[in-house]
Design a protein around this ligand. Structure first.
Ligand code: SAH
Ligand code: SF4
Length: 372
């Protein structure tokens, strides 16, 4: 009989304590284990030298520490690094590290594919395979942090390489709520990555009930992918808008900020030439966030559209993006234009597609066919 080994990356801090209790171990053992795994990058129980030998023995029979395997690892001319990771059954996901002078940001995936199917997003176009587990989500941070540290070993580099995490890779994190929150808990835990909640961002296309749940369970920084100032246009660009229209989305943003009053919501807005980039759209946006029951405390992040072979969609010209940003800024709204990073390795926003996905499992079926 084969024993199924528990992957300890799948366990949030509470679950790891429960797991240790099930092995008759005290809660401090869970903290020690968590520090070995998430702060030292150690996955081999024999190397966890301050754990009792008996516990190391138990763990080696019933547990393991395993992140998704790396299929490919590319570095862009601008230093952006993208990993393609195997999550089984022909599915691959992508994780992107964006180094900047004052920070290192990791963009993490939460689903293989996405059901929301926004008009301009290559992840949406590939369909949906499945939700990632907590281990597959935190495993991206674990793998990336320790790969980056290993690369800089011997240099006078800061111990921690990743200072910020954004759940902005493939998938809709709020449609994979429990696994995403499990990973967020580890990101924030002092015995794991110890990131402050403002350095961890969840980006959502607007799953209203789950925005409320996030406020209650794990109020990290919130980014909302807006892309349109009215329901008629947003219904076309972000089909989820038909279920959760703008008025209810804005109300959810207000409630989120009630839970964390000193925060702001970042509204992401993909700039599409001739679609959503007119002056009139910018003025409508100002009205949307300024009026209603109360203004929404917010920033805008304009993302120049990254083309991936979708016919009929083009990036707004730079002067249009500047004029659009000018209208928002004149209304007193902090507005940034996202620098496109890593586009030579297809690592920019909306370009993540996990190239090796094989949804028909053709490769596996071919392997299983008898040879003639
Ligand atoms: N599903 C979540 C998070 C992943 S998408 C969400 O939609 O928010 C991360 C960001 O990339 C979103 O703001 C999304 O709208 C944007 N995006 C998707 N496709 C894009 C593209 N082709 N060009 C530029 N931004 C894109
Ligand atoms: Fe899904 Fe986000 Fe892409 Fe929309 S933009 S299809 S929600 S990953």
């Amino acid at each position: 009989m084969t024993t199924v080994l528990t992957n300890l990356l799948d366990l949030n801090p509470v679950q790891l304590r429960e797991y240790c209790a099930s092995l008759d171990e005290k809660p401090f053992r869970a903290r020690q284990l968590q520090r070995w795994i998430h702060q030292s990058g150690v996955g081999d129980f024999e190397q966890m030298t301050d754990l009792a030998k008996s516990l190391r023995g138990k763990l080696s029979h019933c547990a393991r520490v395993a992140a998704p395997a790396v299929i490919a690892d590319h570095v862009s001319a601008d230093g952006t690094r993208k990993w393609l990771l195997d999550v089984g059954e022909g599915n691959a996901i992508e994780t992107v590290f964006i180094p900047e002078d004052d920070r290192g940001t990791l963009c993490v995936s939460t689903q293989a594919g996405c059901t929301v199917n926004c008009l301009f997003c290559s992840t949406g176009k590939q369909g949906f395979s499945r939700n990632l587990t907590t281990g597959e989500i935190i495993g991206q941070l674990w793998m990336a942090e320790f790969a980056l540290r290993a690369m800089r070993a011997g240099e006078d580099a800061p111990a921690r390489q990743i200072s910020n995490v954004v759940l902005m890779g493939m998938g809709e994190p709020l449609l994979n709520f429990d696994a995403s929150v499990g990973a967020l808990m580890l990101m924030l835990d002092d015995n794991a990555y110890g990131l402050s909640r403002r350095r961890v961002t969840v980006s959502t296309s607007g799953v209203v009930p789950m925005i409320d749940r996030l406020a209650k369970t794990c109020p990290v920084a919130l980014a909302v992918s807006l892309h349109a100032p009215n329901d008629a246009l947003r219904d076309r660009l972000v089909p989820l808008n038909r279920k959760h229209p703008l008025a209810s989305l804005m109300a959810a943003c207000r409630r989120y900020l009630d839970a964390a009053p000193r925060d702001f919501v970042t509204f992401e807005y993909c700039m599409l030439d001739g679609v959503n980039d007119a002056d009139s759209h910018a003025k409508e946006l100002v009205d949307l966030v300024r009026y209603g029951p109360s203004p929404v405390s917010c920033k805008f992040n304009l993302i120049p559209f990254n083309a991936f072979g979708m016919p009929g969609l083009r990036r707004s010209p730079p002067e249009r993006i500047q004029a659009f940003a000018g209208i928002l800024m004149d209304a007193g709204i902090v507005t940034t234009v996202r620098k496109t990073r890593g586009d030579d390795i297809d690592a920019a926003c909306g370009m993540l597609a996990g190239e090796v996905q094989d949804r028909t499992h053709i490769r596996r079926r071919l392997m299983q066919m008898p040879r003639c």
